[in-house]
Write a protein that binds this ligand. Structure first.
Ligand code: NDP
Length: 296
């Protein structure tokens, strides 16, 4: 069997088009321009790249992008004061604080100071609780992107056996909640899971969010299963730096029914979902109907 490749790059393009359509309706019909503020503390090179591409895509879909680049030495009080100003600014509908923060800043405190209605990363404790209890929330972008691709591929996920490998707060746990919300039977695996191969072999859906290059081999995959590879790992191969996922693409693609590649799978969906969350937040803030198909 040779798997269908789920093209996250193309799908993300469609999501951004949908977002752009909603943005232009908000502008033309209601005089509202959704605004996203991104806060970056310090000069971590990877974070700078992410922030740049978030800003560029925000503008491309017609939204307002505001970037706050703060010195690495910025105090917690100054960062919290900036977030308080953004919380109070009616032109800002989404606030994202780029992680990781420098060590002297308390990440939980900072994230939980964002107005939950503007928390487009979905990391605020209120949004985590709302998602966990099946209520309307801001959903973390990466798992939301995975869910959108799974729904697009399968239609209904009801009754499917899903395994999420990884239990982080930003990917694994919210992913499991979303799959449960779509009536999958969900297993969360992690570094202490006994016989991971056996657990994965039972799954119709495998989401790998581990951070270990090509850890999942094809002989762990149930024939016809759908494999969503969240991992982004840089490795050296044949003298070149290469990006690979958490699953061994070639052997898994030979057995799976569908699979996301790395790069070009989950990655592009993450920023598309950030834009989707921002337009959703702008609609909610103004008491307008939410865009369909852009939320969980
Ligand atoms: P974390 O390091 O926070 O979590 C990794 C999880 O994997 C942990 O729960 C850990 O278990 C589990 N794990 C580690 N080793 C094993 C093992 N041998 N067997 C089973 N489980 C194991 O990572 P993140 O969730 O933040 O990210 C995961 C991957 O996804 C990374 O490659 C990251 O770069 C990528 N990523 C990609 C994004 C995108 O946009 N595509 C966005 C975010 C992340 P335990 O809890 O027991 O330690």
């Amino acid at each position: 069997m040779s798997a269908t490749i789920i093209d996250g790059k193309a799908f993300a393009g469609k999501v951004r088009e949908k977002v752009a359509g909603h943005v232009s309706r908000l502008k033309d019909g209601h005089g509202i321009t959704p605004g996203l503020a991104v806060v970056l503390v310090g000069e971590d090179p990877a974070s700078q790249v992410y922030v740049r591409s978030k800003g560029k895509m925000t503008v491309e879909v017609g939204m307002k992008s505001v970037e706050h680049k703060l010195d690495v030495e910025t105090s917690e009080a100054d960062l919290l004061a900036l977030i308080a100003r953004l919380n109070a600014d009616p032109d800002i509908h989404g606030i994202l604080v780029q992680l990781p923060l420098p060590k002297h800043l308390n990440e939980d405190l900072v994230i939980n100071s964002i107005d939950p209605a503007k928390d487009v990363d979905g990391f605020h404790i209120s949004n985590v609780g709302l998602l966990g209890t099946g209520q309307k929330s801001m959903v973390p972008c990466t798992p939301l992107g995975c869910l959108m691709m799974l729904r697009d591929h399968h239609g209904s996920l009801s009754g499917m056996d899903a395994v999420v490998i990884g239990r982080s707060n930003i990917v694994g746990k919210p992913m499991a909640q979303l799959l449960l919300g779509d009536s999958c039977t969900v297993t969360i695996a992690h570094s202490r899971t006994k016989d991971l191969a056996d657990v994965v072999r039972r799954a119709d859906i495998v989401v790998a969010a581990v951070g270990r290059p090509e850890m999942v081999p094809g002989d762990w995959i149930k024939p016809g299963a759908t494999v969503i590879d969240v991992g982004i790992n840089r490795i050296e191969r044949d003298g070149k730096t290469k990006l690979v996922g958490d699953v061994d693409f070639a052997s898994c693609a030979a057995v799976a029914g569908a699979i996301t590649p790395v790069p070009g799978g989950v990655g592009p969906m993450t920023i598309a979902c950030l834009l989707a969350n921002t337009v959703t937040a702008a609609c909610r803030a103004n008491g307008l109907a939410e865009p369909e198909g852009l939320t969980a």
